[in-house]
Design a protein around this ligand. Structure first.
Ligand code: NAD
Length: 439
């Protein structure tokens, strides 16, 4: 098939590349000229494991092209919209990118096309997109809702081996085309293809993200209670997660969830309910618990230093919102940087992939600096904070860190280590929901 993808970010670029891998011809469209120019040169603008190799291979085989002009993609059979849907001021999903492109499609459409909403969008958006296009054309088209479930850090693997593909459509013609498009991905497991109406497809994505976010907030709140009553959240998590009905996934305590999805999608879902005069109190509590959780690490640091943070130097390991990505949107590391530099700390940060994005965001913040080796961060620092669970932090040289730090103090937002082992090296070690070890 000839496929267009509008928006070549984390979702669009991965989707386009994986669809090309299945033998389709893919035209990637983006308004960001810098992005398109670097893609034309074979440079991948984001970090996503496995993406670069696959992209280069498909470019070399002539199945992918890149353009800033939407018109170049309008002769495709299907056109994916993988555009941003950020949270508006009231928490609702901002549909300006989607509807703006829909209007352009309407103005330039030449023949039948299936428009696919891949972005996470509120219920009713497929209808709004269709109405917007129809205002400007009398050509035939269908709008399908096809939310994406890939996880950053595993995006290529997830797209190529999806757990499910949701197709929301009321058009038989469009549904058939979508089934054909996705058949190579579900050849052995056709049951993974879920065909439903547009509204349910749109809701499935929000429901899934809200449930995952709720699990994280639940375990984060429990971790605070564990600290207060002397229980160990790691044991509690394992004990709970071994119940088949509960399962172990998304029960890891941490510094608060971040990323481009959970924060905005929970807000958008809560907003959608409010518009209907309903309250999704569990979703709202999930959001509130998460904003409190983002202050847990800064508070631990404040308490340890008795609120005397002026002039302290802190080493920070991890800037990305999770491991294996360079995405820093809503990353808990940003909350740590903002809270602690405001109170007079200097932060020396290290991240294997996300440094450039954070440096770009905080160009004005002179208290923040970056190093390119993890052991350069703790040099002469008053403490080490761990904010992201990069694998290279899992088994560090504790003797070396102890020699480098001014004080042997670690705040671990990801519970990476065995407290008694770290304590054995003489560290003060504080993590989430477990007893403090004083070395
Ligand atoms: P992104 O910000 O990485 O990418 C969006 C791209 O769209 C950018 O490259 C931007 O330049 C481009 N763009 C903006 N306006 C445009 C226009 N008018 N024409 C062409 N291109 C334009 O966003 P993302 O993380 O890929 O997310 C896209 C959507 O997918 C969002 O709705 C998000 O909620 C959803 N989603 C994201 C993930 C994820 O893990 N990132 C997972 C599932 C779903």
């Amino acid at each position: 098939m000839k496929i267009g993808v509008v928006g070549t970010g984390y979702v669009g670029l991965v989707s386009g590349t994986c669809l090309a891998e299945m033998g389709n011809d893919v035209v990637c469209v983006d308004i960001d000229e810098g992005k398109i120019n670097s893609l034309k040169k074979g440079k991948v603008p984001i970090y996503e494991p496995g993406l670069e190799d696959l992209l280069l291979q498909n470019i070399a085989e002539g199945r992918m092209s890149f353009t800033t002009k939407l018109a170049d993609a309008l002769d495709c059979q299907v056109l994916f919209l993988a555009l941003p849907t950020p949270a508006g001021e009231d928490g609702s999903a901002d549909l300006r990118y989607i509807l703006g492109v829909a209007e352009e499609i309407g103005k330039q459409l030449a023949g039948y096309i299936v428009i696919i909403d891949k972005s996470t969008v509120p219920v009713g958006t497929a209808k709004k997109v269709a109405e917007t296009i129809a205002k400007h054309t009398d050509r035939g088209f269908d709008v399908v809702s096809n939310p994406e479930f890939l996880r950053e850090g595993h995006a290529v693997e997830d797209f190529l081996n999806p757990e499910r593909i949701v197709i929301g459509s009321s058009s038989t013609r469009a549904t058939k085309l979508m089934q054909e498009l996705y058949s190579p991905f579900v050849r052995e497991t056709p049951g993974k293809l879920i065909v439903t109406d547009e509204a349910s497809a749109e809701m499935i994505k929000y429901a899934a993200n809200a449930m995952l976010a709720a699990r994280i907030s639940f375990v984060n709140e429990l971790s605070q209670l564990c600290e207060a009553v002397g229980a160990d959240i790691e044991m509690v998590r394992r004990g709970m997660g071994s119940d088949e009905r509960i399962g172990p996934a998304f029960l890891y305590p941490g510094p608060g969830y971040g990323g481009s999805c959970f924060p905005k999608d929970t807000q958008a879902l809560a907003h959608m309910a409010k518009e209907q005069g309903l309250e999704l109190s569990i979703v709202q509590s999930t959001i509130d618990a998460n904003s409190r959780q983002k202050q847990v690490l800064p508070n631990k640091v404040r308490n340890y230093f008795k609120d005397d943070l002026k002039g302290k130097t802190l080493a920070l390991w991890g800037l990305a919102f999770k491991n294996d990505t360079d995405d820093i949107r809503e990353s808990p590391a940003l909350a740590i940087i903002e809270a602690l530099t405001k109170e007079g700390c200097n932060i020396v940060a290290y991240d294997p992939q996300a440094t450039d994005n954070v440096a770009q965001k905080y160009q004005e913040n002179k208290q923040l600096s970056f190093v390119h080796n993890m052991y350069d961060a703790p040099k002469d620092a008053d403490a080490l904070i761990i904010a992201t669970e990069w694998k290279e932090f899992f088994a560090p040289d504790f003797e070396r860190i102890k020699k480098l730090l001014k004080n042997p103090v670690i705040f671990d937002g990801r519970n990476l280590y065995d407290p008694s082992e770290v304590g054995g090296y003489g560290f003060y070690y504080e993590c989430i929901g477990r007893k403090i070890v004083t070395g």
